[in-house]
Design a protein around this ligand. Structure first.
Ligand SMILES: [Zn+2]
Length: 396
């Protein structure tokens, strides 16, 4: 029993020192001791172990007002690699990511059919290529997938687009690649990606990240940890009902969900309908197949119908955000995904709607912004969840 406790303390201290090194570009042993309240001897012993494991490098000499100048330590960011995957609607991407979230190699393949075996074959194809790459050793595989996920067992409970139901994805990949595998919902991965690598979240203990793609979801960070709820589906805002009467049928079977008015497909359908109904000549040159890029172009050129559809989608999103503000009172909300090109005008519609439908004090205290990470936030988040489990870094 005592031995187990000693081992536990040792690991705890090691993680604390490693975390402190990760949080700084460069740091001395004395500064680590000061920040962690560990003794200098304990810190020196742990640093010796970390140097031995090649997780940390001595990178130079710092300045000191008194006495000897201290040697500075830094994370050896390319000493281990993680694999992150994003199983997005009709395109899967996977990447090798280093310990500082830098992407070293990326593979991306289209997925055209909703067939569970074909979906899995594409995952294998991407991973086969990545594990053969020159970046070694690999610590584990993290996957962000749409749908409902049982993260503890790594089972995709239901992902309609991929035709997966109670699908033991983690077990299959563990057996094939002999690496630890972690599967989580894509919006939850986006939240971890934004929290870990996004702009300026150093002072945010809490954060909500709203991910608008083919569907809409969110990830909630509370006290620096992902909050998944009792059943793992916390943040599933896409199916909150915003049109209680006369709403359109959603893929979940209900009517009037947020996804039916604010997702990519909903916006495209709505714009198409508005254009046809207007019967105006100026739309006769538009191509038959509408997509979001076309609507973006129309929006930027001031087309009133495009503006109406986009700003209305923003207002519906604002309604749901006001419910989040009311229930969670989290001050920072970051929106990522496909609406980014619609920028400020769209964000203003979102914010106005939040202000209109919330209590004024919590709404005024809330900052809503568009995420600055490029499309790789989900990959980064899926890999970061592994990097945060420090024990994996010592298994190589
Ligand atoms: Zn729904």
């Amino acid at each position: 029993m005592q031995k187990a406790t000693r081992q536990h303390t040792k690991e705890h201290n090691r993680n604390l020192v490693l975390k402190t090194i990760i949080e700084h570009d460069q740091i001395s042993r004395a500064e680590i001791a000061r920040r962690t309240s560990l003794t200098r001897t304990t810190v020196s012993d742990i640093v010796a172990d970390l140097l031995g494991a090649e997780l940390v490098n001595e990178v130079g000499v710092g300045s000191s007002l008194v006495g000897k100048s201290p040697i500075l330590l830094s994370l050896a960011e390319d000493s281990r690699y993680l694999v992150g995957l994003n199983l997005a609607y009709n395109r899967f991407s996977g990447a090798i990511v280093n310990l500082r979230g830098k992407i070293r190699e990326i593979v991306s393949l289209p997925v055209s059919v909703q067939d569970h075996e074909k979906s899995l074959a594409v995952v294998y194809k991407i991973l086969d290529q990545l594990v053969k790459a020159a970046f070694q050793p690999l610590v584990g595989i993290g996957i962000g997938t749409p749908g409902l996920v049982d993260t503890r067992d790594g089972v995709v409970v239901s992902a309609v687009n991929l035709d997966w139901e109670n699908f033991p994805l983690a077990r299959l990949l563990r057996e094939r690649y002999n690496l630890p595998v972690y599967v989580l919902n894509d919006s939850q991965a986006a939240a971890i990606g934004e929290y870990t690598y996004g702009t300026d979240h150093k002072d945010d203990h809490n954060l909500v990240v709203i991910n608008i793609q083919h569907g809409i979801g969110s990830g909630i960070i509370i006290n620096g940890q992902l909050f998944q709820g009792d059943g793992g589906s916390a943040g599933e805002i896409g199916h909150m009902i915003v049109v209680p009467e006369g709403g359109s049928l959603c893929r979940c079977g209900n009517y009037g969900c947020l996804e039916t008015v604010a997702s990519a497909q909903a916006i495209i359908n709505r714009y198409k309908m508005e254009v046809y109904q207007s019967g105006e000549l100026r739309y006769s040159n538009l191509p038959d197949a509408f997509n979001l890029e076309l609507i973006e172009k129309q929006f930027n050129s001031g087309d009133p119908l495009a503006r109406k559809v986009i700003l209305e989608a923003g207002r519906y999103l604002g309604l749901v955000i006001s419910n989040l503000v009311g229930s969670l009172n989290i001050h920072k909300i970051v929106i990522v995904g496909i609406m980014r090109p619609f920028g400020k005008p769209w964000l203003e519609a979102v914010c106005e709607s939040v202000l209109r439908s919330s209590l004024s004090k919590p709404a005024q205290d809330t900052v809503i912004e568009i995420g600055q990470l490029d499309g790789n936030g989900i990959i980064l988040g899926a890999s970061a969840i592994l990097a945060n489990d420090y024990s994996l870094l010592f298994n190589t």
